[in-house]
Every structure is written in C-alpha cells, then in structure tokens.
Write a protein that binds this ligand. Structure first.
Ligand SMILES: Nc1ncnc2c1ncn2[C@@H]1O[C@H](COP(=O)(O)OP(=O)(O)OP(=O)(O)O)[C@@H](O)[C@H]1O
Ligand SMILES: [Mg+2]
Length: 522
C-alpha cells in the first residue's frame, strides 16, 4: 500500500493520458498473469491504478450468488481503520452508487461526489469535492458480478470518458483473468466452471462470517466444506444436537455451484410416515382425502439445488427403502401417481445418532448408510472446542443485539464462566443462554452474575456429575486438564490440588487464572 498521492500536471494532454493508460494496462496484464491469491492480485491492480494513473483508492466489490448484495473484495488504502471497516460493509442492489451499478449493470460517473445524493460515503475515504467512477464487472453471461470503482485525481471533464472506458477495460480483464486463475488453482478446465470468482471470494470473505471457529477441529471442518462443496457428492453431517449441523449444511450449499438454486430442508423426524412421503415426493390430485390438486414435493422443489434431510436417523425401514431408490436412480413417483419424475438434487443429510451403530443393530439399512456416507463431516461438541467460545459469544451476541436493536457486550469474567460450562446442548444452548442473559441485562452488558441467573453456574449438572479419577502423571493430559483433574480430586481445595501437582499455592492460583479455569463452589 502506498501513502503518497501522485502529483501530476493538470495540463495533461489526451495523448499523454492514453500513453500512460497503455503502459498501465501492460503492467496490469502482467500482474494478472501471475499465479497468486486473488485478493493479492486485486490489490496489486488497484495499486497500479493509484500510483501510475491517478485513479485513487480503488475498490473492488464482489456480489453474492443472488446478485443482491456486494461486499468489498479489495481496496487500496493506507488506513488500517478503513481496511478494517471494509470487512463488514455490504452494498445492497440499488443502494448508493455501487449498488446502482450492480442493479443496472451500467457505469456511473460523478463529476463531483458531493453533488450526488446517491453517494453514501460509507468508508469516509474519498474526497467529496472530486469525481468518482464506478464500473460493472460482468461474467460471460453478462450478469454483473462485481464493481470496480476509483476516484480520479483531476476534475478535468474532458478526461472522464477516457478514464471511464479505461476502468471498464480493467474490469473486463479482472473478470476474465480472475476466473482463469481460480480454475488453474482448482486444476480444472475453465469451460465447466461458471461464476468461480464469485464463489472463491465468497469462500474467502463470506463463509467465515457465517460459521465461527478457529480451533484446529473446526478448521478441519471448514476445510472439508470447502473441498466437498464444489462436487455433487452426498454429504452426511454428524454431530450432537445443537452443534451446527444445519448451519454447516447451508454453508455447503451456499459455497457450491448450486448456490443460486434452492436450498430445501426437511426434518424427517417432524412428520408421520405418510405425510413425510407426500412431503418429499409430492402427490397427484386425489391421491388421498384432502389432496385437491397436484403438489410438488421437496425433491422437486430442490431441483438443481440441495435437499437437506435433517434427522435422517429417524426414518423407518420402509421409508429407508424408498429413499434408497431415489438416491440410486434419481427418480420417483408422486404419491398416487405413476408418472416417473426425474430430478437433479444434491443431498446433504444430518443426524445426531451413531448411524454405524444403528446399522450394526439392524435398525438402519447398510446400503442406504453407504449411499449417504460418501463424505462424512463430523462436528465436534462445543466442550471439545471451548477456545471458540469467546468468538462464538461475540458473534451470537451481535446477532441477538440486532434482534433487540441495541449493542450487547460481554465481560471477561462472564466469558470465563461460559468457558467452564460443559454445554450438553452445544452452540444452541450457548445461544439460548446468551439470549436469556441479554433479556435480563438492563444496560446490555452481560456479566458473570447475569449468566449465572440463566442456570449456567458452578452447579450446572454436567459438572456436578462425578468425573472418573484421572492419573495426574498421564502425559497426554494438557496443562488445563491436569489442573482441573487435580482440583477435582482435591475437592476443589486449591492448596490440596497444589500439593497433588507439586506446586505452591501461588503457582496453582496463577495457573487457574491464566488457564481460565472456573472454580467451583465447595
Ligand atoms: N460455528 C458456529 N458459528 C456460528 N453459529 C453457530 C455455529 N454453530 C451453530 N451455530 C448456531 O447455533 C444454532 C444451532 O445450530 P444448528 O441448528 O445448525 O444445529 P443442529 O446441529 O442442526 O442442532 P439440532 O441437532 O438441535 O437440530 C443456530 O442458531 C446456529 O446458527
Ligand atoms: Mg438441526
């Protein structure tokens, strides 16, 4: 990033400008031919615009799969604050100058920003007395998938058309080259890959915004999502109740080439068998009492998209057989009909049961299990990723805060308490606990005391259960586990636990504090 704003003579001739543009174009083409991360490529192109052409503080925004909103993919700025502010900025279709380009697919040129009410100045980065140019980035189908914008350093009217045209050429290069680069990265042909740029950027900037986690086990889950999303393979999402199975299923869909097609969900446990059948496969008019007209089932609704079969472990053997046929043959009949319907649907199934065990017990068909279990993603329970709790709490509180229309904050000691709970209901339980805490907090601050009022405290049931005696000399124990085990064995008397570990009372007190161990009342 470069802090200097280039000086140039205002008497620049058209010829000089064209010459500069040609040189810059060569330099941009060279940049784009390098094999690099997309965000780095974009930043380098924006740096050329800024330093060589006086097109200042360039900005590239990329649209979501529905083309309904844009988020910032790259920006040229030397201000950390602006760069950070960009993370959360979204431009909805039609909103502001950028949103207008997305909506209409035409370039917008402002002679002076302050004279145009559409300019929102969300980033507080641009000189309001200077011009502004925003041009669409289009995919080969002609849809606007992004916007390239920058601020010319001169107000010379006669230069505007040439500068706009130049930015349009750069936008075109960006769309094409970035797509190619992504395809090289993926080791696949360009031909069968549409809108790759969009998904790559979404993967980078959108996906982590919706699913929180940085512990190694969660990073592995994210990695699996990224890998599996682009194929049509069936995915089986496994995890205890409340671990985020549905969230992961939707992340797979929205990061897949099917993202612009429907994501349809059906909870297999919520309906009695006969209803489940017509819900999934649809029915013909008159199929049963009340079937007054033909109705499409979820399979047909999800055509081209993804069908999420939640609680798949709950279906009866008879229904398992019906489902197996659709998965094998991709076809079925509506209830009460004999016309065969073919669909193209990707299946993501989820269960909190141990399906392998159900297969062994003969409760779940083995052939269906293998059909579903092409790729299994296991989400670890929250108690195995307590390091994610601070970040999750922040994320969930901002969500709850939006619903309540006020900002919510959480104190460090409340976080420590949350980290010491075992969360049998996982993230859902954490979310409910925070929502109750928010309701009880008058000033929007979630303190340890407020959290305790929701029942999450030292006496919470899972901790109250006696834990098996742990061998303190076990090499596999990490520091935190060892101290907790000693405390358990010492009946939570610190001095006694210190003796068990060969520490001084001061040493154990320090560990308890730094390892975020929540002391139980005794
Ligand atoms: N990693 C995560 N980051 C952010 N939010 C999460 C995460 N995991 C779960 N959540 C949130 O927690 C709640 C429960 O998640 P979800 O419904 O996906 O869980 P589930 O495993 O399907 O639960 P159940 O078994 O009860 O159906 C949702 O509001 C979800 O958005
Ligand atoms: Mg669920």
């Amino acid at each position: 990033m470069n802090a200097t704003i280039p000086q140039r003579s205002t008497k620049q001739t058209q010829v000089e400008l064209y010459d500069l543009q040609l040189q810059a174009l060569a330099s941009i083409a060279r940049t784009l031919s390098r094999e690099q991360q997309i965000d780095e490529l974009l930043e380098q192109v924006l740096a050329v615009l800024h330093n060589d052409l006086g097109l200042l503080h360039g900005l590239v925004t990329i649209s979501d799969p529905e083309h309904s909103a844009l988020q910032i993919g790259a920006i040229h700025t030397d201000s950390e604050a602006v760069a950070q502010a960009c993370e959360g900025v979204r431009y909805r279709s039609g909103e502001g100058v950028i949103g207008n380009v997305l909506k209409h697919g035409n370039s917008v040129v402002l002679g002076r920003i302050s004279a145009d009410p559409r300019f929102l100045d969300r980033l507080a980065l641009y000189d309001l007395e200077m011009p502004f140019i925003a041009v669409p980035i289009k995919n080969p189908e002609g849809n606007t998938i992004g916007v390239l914008a920058a601020q010319p350093d001169s107000r010379a009217d006669e230069q505007m058309p040439a500068r706009t045209r130049f930015l349009e050429i750069v936008a075109n290069l960006l769309a094409q080259t970035v797509r190619l680069v992504v395809n090289i990265e993926d080791g696949r042909e360009a031909a069968d890959e549409r809108d790759e740029l969009r998904r790559e950027v979404r993967g980078k900037y959108g996906f982590e915004n919706m699913v929180v986690g940085h512990t190694p086990t969660m990073r592995r889950v994210f990695d699996q999502i990224r890998r599996v999303a682009k194929w049509n393979s069936t995915v089986l999402v496994l995890g205890e109740s409340g671990t985020g199975k549905e969230l992961i299923a939707s992340a797979i869909h929205y990061n897949s080439p099917r993202a612009h097609r429907p994501f349809v969900r059906l909870n297999c446990a919520a309906l009695p068998e006969t209803l489940l059948e017509s819900e999934l496969f649809g029915h013909e008019k008159g199929a049963f009492t009340g079937a007054v007209k033909q109705r499409k089932g979820r399979f047909e609704q999800a055509d081209g998209g993804t069908l999420f079969l939640d609680e798949i472990g709950e279906i009866s053997p008879m229904f398992q057989a019906k489902l197996l046929r659709v998965l094998q043959e991709g076809e079925f009949e509506r209830v009460g009909g004999n016309q065969t319907v073919r669909v193209n649907v990707r299946i993501v199934a989820a269960t909190n049961r141990d399906l392998e065990n159900e297969v062994e017990k003969g409760k779940f068909r083995e052939d269906l299990y293998y059909r579903l279990n092409v790729m299994a993603i296991r989400i670890p329970p929250l108690r195995e990723r307590t390091a994610d709790i601070p970040e999750l709490a922040e994320f969930l509180l901002s969500k709850i805060g939006r619903q309540q229309g006020r900002p919510l904050t959480v104190t460090d000691s409340a976080i420590r308490l949350l980290m010491s709970h075992r969360w049998p209901g996982n993230v859902r339980e954490l979310e409910n606990c925070l929502e109750r805490s928010a309701i009880m907090s008058e000033d929007g601050t979630i303190t340890r005391d407020v959290v305790s009022l929701t029942g999450v405290d030292n006496e919470s049931p899972p901790l109250a259960a006696p834990l098996p005696e742990v061998n303190l000399a076990d090499e596999n124990l990490d520091d935190r586990e060892r101290v907790i085990a000693a405390l358990e064995q010492a009946g939570w008397v610190q001095a006694k636990a210190a003796r068990l570990l060969g520490m001084t009372p001061r040493q154990i007190a320090y560990r308890i504090q730094t390892l975020n161990i929540h002391m139980r009342k005794i």
